[in-house]
Ligand binder design. Structure first.
Ligand SMILES: [Zn+2]
Ligand SMILES: [Zn+2]
Length: 241
């Protein structure tokens, strides 16, 4: 059998196996339980999309357009801008919980689709896309890194170049969700190291699942800028209001 016919035979077996698994264990909507899809159309339509005006730096929704918000003035972030597809509100916390803590890694694909359809609105500069890494210990325990999965699907959908090895997490920090806003910045200090050969002179787009205070993205940006990155922006699935 030639290489190409072996490949197409493999693809067909994979497709059949996938169809069979879907038949025996049909996917259910992570939010409402509707059978047949991982995230149903009506749950997608009801997601709280982020619209302008937003803070030009952290991307938090503002009542009217203006300069950076009070929080960005008080504690400046190290990156140029953060944007998100949806707000961390309504059904979003539940959906993200399923993705991160309930083993529903397949949700990364429909979520990346939502990110892809929002991304063009923000016109973020990008040479390479870099997901926020987990510490290897945490990634082994979870079995996957949700930001890496979001980034992989997003790059495929938007045809953007990805660099998964540009950033490493060298400290196993406490989950940010357990900490107050003040403790979050201290918790991630010195958590990342960037690879100069992969980032020098490049405009980096960081990908994360959720942005709350922006301290994780900001700390990652610090390492990337120290390693010579030309600029750093962040794009998340969801951001806290
Ligand atoms: Zn649903
Ligand atoms: Zn702001």
């Amino acid at each position: 059998m030639s290489n190409s016919s072996t490949a197409s035979w493999r693809t067909q077996v994979k497709q059949l196996t996938g169809d069979l698994i879907d038949f025996i264990f049909p996917p259910v909507c992570a939010n409402c339980g509707k059978i047949g899809v991982l995230l149903c159309d009506s749950c997608i339509t009801s997601l709280p999309t982020v619209y302008e005006p937003v803070c030009p730096i952290c991307g938090r929704p503002l009542k009217k357009s203006g300069p950076q918000c009070g929080r960005c003035q008080e504690s400046p972030l190290s990156l140029d801008q953060i944007r998100a597809a949806v707000l961390f509100a309504g059904s979003v916390p539940n959906i993200i919980h399923q993705l991160k803590y309930n083993g529903m890694f397949a949700l990364a694909e429909p979520l990346a689709e939502i990110m892809a359809s929002s991304w063009h609105r923000w016109r973020q500069p990008v040479d390479i896309v870099v997901p926020i890494p987990l510490h290897p210990k945490r990634e082994r325990a979870r079995g996957y890194n949700q930001s890496e999965l979001l980034s992989r699907h997003l790059c495929r959908m938007l045809d953007l170049p990805e660099e998964q090895q540009a950033l490493k997490r060298i400290r196993n920090t406490h989950p940010q969700i357990e900490l107050s806003a003040e403790d979050r910045a201290a918790n991630v200090t010195g958590a990342f190291v960037a690879d100069r050969r992969r980032v020098e002179g490049r405009k980096i787009l960081l990908i994360d699942d959720v942005c709350t205070t922006g301290s994780t993205l900001s700390e990652a940006a610090k390492s990337l800028l120290e390693a010579g990155a030309a600029s750093v922006s962040g794009y998340c699935m969801a951001r806290a209001v």
